[in-house]
Design a protein around this ligand. Structure first.
Ligand code: PLP
Length: 444
């Protein structure tokens, strides 16, 4: 290698590690990631692929924007609870609670006495206040875990009686019958796909019945010649010997009290008042909080679940407890705000975006999503864009945010329903970049 060899000009690693942008990246991503980006850029310079003077820039450009590979997405689909993009976005209050709980926190310590405290006492108190009809409450990892814990504790080695109209798949291939079977309980199906009557349950229950399970068909609708049995009638079902059968109501979406905008969506308070022994629900659907499974019901039965060994395996973490309590006690959640946004409220924001982009506004119907109330339309407005734009909006590019839009009947639709109003400008920026063809291709 001669003195004139340009490879001699490649900056040394210690010099690069001290470069302001790269040393800042160490704070964000750790030394290993930055060192590896530097080594790769140096190697490219050695092969003559890039100029030695560009090594720092190339290393900086190759670093990911954040330590997690999860990319934040602006939801312009008009679908409020969208499992593929993380269901409920947390409220600012819940977000702050997560930040506060991220370090050491008194999750299981009584700071006054210095002795061990009840884990998550705050969230349990908030849930009990929200649903006074619940004798006791328990929080686990998700709705499926709540269901598994309830059926295991009440019916392992015995029967779980379920209507054939409620043998649902909850998404990603997970099916209720498989979930129940995994607990060691036997599924006792009653009725037919479209109609089940109280007498079907009466004929099925016996000494081997552990519980009756009522599952809300949260992600589909069956219309026409249909009949199902309400929680109130299930609560009246007795075994031949006259003994009471526990009724577990899986309401799915996590509405704690009735929402007039969602008339067909069951809520925990009503289900308990109707006689459900236990109600199970998700924390990150209509409740608008973090992923969690809520169990509410008769104190003695909830206590039985709490003492079951499986409860420890589905225990919820401090971040979830913090976010859930802040969701329950805090301001209106983003999910609720999006659900209740009217077409008239959406119009001016949509008009503004359409004008900047020089595109048309079209009437659309948003959806609650797989998380609940599948039949409830959410009338609104969207900006129409070519389908190709929708694809390019999805690709991370420079500093522009990723925007997820909807495709319907061959049209791309930008629906601002689930975009926080303060982020409208970011949606606009991403769209302008893509429409100008300025979107760079995704990194290899
Ligand atoms: C979503 C849902 C579940 C599963 O809840 P996760 O929180 O997703 O585990 C179970 N039952 C019903 C009726 C649901 O809608």
């Amino acid at each position: 290698m001669s003195d004139a060899d340009p490879r001699r000009a490649i900056p040394r690693t210690d010099v690069l590690l001290a470069e302001p942008r790269l040393s800042a990246a160490i704070e964000r991503l750790g030394t290993d990631a930055v060192r590896s980006a530097i080594t790769t850029a140096q190697a490219r310079a050695r092969r003559g692929e890039i100029a030695p003077t560009d090594v720092a820039d190339v290393a900086v450009a190759s670093l990911p924007a954040r330590a997690s590979s999860l990319t934040p997405v602006l939801n312009a689909t008009g679908v409020v609870v969208h499992t593929n993009i993380g269901r409920a976005p947390l409220s600012d209050a819940a977000l702050q609670a997560v930040v506060d709980a991220a370090g050491y926190v008194d999750v299981e310590l009584d700071l006054i006495t210095g002795s061990r405290g009840r884990r998550g006492a705050g969230v349990l108190g908030a849930l009990r206040e929200a649903v006074p009809a619940a004798g006791d409450v328990l929080v686990v990892n998700n709705g499926a875990a709540a269901l598994v814990l309830a059926t295991t504790a009440l019916a392992a080695g015995r029967d779980v009686v379920v209507s054939r109209g409620e043998m649902v798949e909850i998404g990603d291939g997970f099916r209720l019958p498989d979930l129940i079977a995994s607990t060691g309980a036997s599924l006792r199906e009653v009725g037919t796909t479209n109609r089940t009557h109280q007498r079907d349950y009466l004929e099925a229950v016996g000494p081997d019945t552990g519980c009756i399970l009522k599952v809300h068909p949260s992600n589909f609708r069956v219309d026409g010649f249909v009949a199902s049995v309400g929680v109130d009638e299930l609560a009246d079902v007795r075994r031949p010997d006259g003994s009471v059968v526990p009724v577990v109501a899986d309401i799915g979406s996590g509405l704690l009290v009735r929402d007039p905008a969602l008339p067909d969506e069951p809520d925990a308070a009503s289900s308990l008042r109707s006689g459900a022994t236990l109600v199970t629900a998700s924390g990150d659907k209509l409740l608008g909080g973090p992923q969690a499974g809520l169990i509410l019901g008769e104190a003695g039965v909830v206590e039985r679940l709490r003492r079951h060994p499986l409860a420890r395996a589905v225990r919820v973490d401090k971040l979830t407890l913090a976010a859930l309590e802040a969701t329950l006690r805090g301001p209106v959640t983003p999910v609720t705000a999006s659900l209740h946004l009217t077409a008239d409220q959406l119009r001016p924001r949509t008009d503004r975006l359409a004008e900047v982009l020089g595109r048309q506004v079209v009437a659309v119907v948003g959806r609650v999503g797989g998380g609940g109330a599948p039949g409830v339309p959410l009338p609104g407005w969207a900006v129409e864009v070519p389908v190709g734009v929708v694809q390019r909006l999805r690709r991370p590019s420079g500093d522009d945010p990723v925007v997820l839009a909807r495709v319907e009947d061959g049209h791309g639709l930008i629906d601002l329903r689930c975009v926080p109003p303060e982020r409208d400008a970011d949606v606009e920026r991403a769209l302008l970049a893509v429409l100008a063809g300025a979107g760079t291709p995704p990194p290899p």
